[in-house]
Design a binder for this molecule. Sequence first.
Ligand SMILES: Cc1cc2nc3c(=O)[nH]c(=O)nc-3n(C[C@H](O)[C@H](O)[C@H](O)COP(=O)(O)O)c2cc1C
Length: 411
Amino acid sequence: MTALLNQPLLLPNGTLLPNRLAKSAMSEALGTTDNRVTPALALLYERWSAGRTGLLITGNVMIDRQALGEPNNVALEDDRDAELLRAWANAASSQGAVCWMQLNHPGKQAPKGLNRETVAPSALGFNEQLQRFFAEPRALTIEEIEQIIGRFAQAAALAKKAGFSGVQIHGAHGYLVSQFLSPKHNQRQDRYGGSAENRRRFVLEVYQAIRQAVGQEFSVGIKLNSADFQKGGFTEEESLAVIDALAAAGIDLIEISGGTYEAPVMSVGVVKESTQQREAYFLEFAEKVRARVNTPLMVTGGFRTRAGMEAALASGALDLVGLARPLALDPDYAAQLLNDELPRNPTPSRITTGLAAVDRMGLMEVSWYTRQIHRLAAGRSTKPQESALLAFAGIIVSSGWKTWKTRRLRA
Ligand SMILES: Cc1cc2nc3c(=O)[nH]c(=O)nc-3n(C[C@H](O)[C@H](O)[C@H](O)COP(=O)(O)O)c2cc1C
């Protein structure tokens, strides 16, 4: 049975992934204040590459430095970081892993005060609770939408030039691509909104522009939500229609995930008992996708045991097991799985500050894991016992300070 995890996977473009384990994107927040690449990224990815995960997908890299999702993102617009990018790509693939860069634009999901202005498909803010964190957006013009599509393609070409072997479009978790897909957030009446077909035009044009820029042999994938679990939002049916269209257009890999900051599924609630029993949150949806398209599928969210991963692969519903948080705590988790060991799930069952309002926000958990990633990048060991309350206090102080520094630099 374990042999399933060790099997290579051939993607439609001819890329061979060495095994069935993939590191899903985790934002590293290791860029400089002015969003340049740093040597720490190469160190971090060398560590992950040594851990034998077959496919390493980087944390989200922003395609526009005026549109950051968080302080210390890396932004990729031109050749200025060519050497450090090359070092990053080389380190990531130094031990046989294949490395893709995730590309993102946050749309309106950007912290208040970080960017000079916030843009989105429509001038609609988030719900009341999130309005405290995210600014009120302005609606993009058609010309700006076309420029953003061009930026995705440009960033993909730069990633290719640096030696990454693929890119992944971030189409999940409530960022710009996902905002375009959602009838709740996209209320445009032009060719990018209105009907479901118009709402998916943006992501299809992003894919086509990237493909044109990088050619047929470079890998292009997407991370998509199965649904956004919101009333009046992006439904499973619509997600399936987007998948049909991207598969027909020739995408190499579809990663299935779910949730947004408004309705997080990563850390809290929503998970049905049947899903818990089957470990991964989005397996049922993957089965529906599998029945419709032949495109290789990766499913991410909740995989924690070798038996669960093997059963999911054996069911045929997916081709790649996506792992995020376990690899932030144990970069050798994949190696242990591939060596037929029975590794302990490295993730704590719950990361809690003891403050209910804070714990409800998925953001706190993400920040706790970011601190673990920073320890790995510094060559230190991770600290699974780290206090969530202390981490939270650190985050409050440092995120305000970092946002202020980013803005000051641009003033
Ligand atoms: C610290 C952290 C940062 C993340 N950053 C990203 C990101 O940049 N892009 C993305 O698509 N998902 C991001 N995610 C979500 C993960 O890729 C993954 O979908 C989620 O953690 C569920 O998988 P898991 O149960 O294996 O952790 C992040 C998660 C964590 C914990």
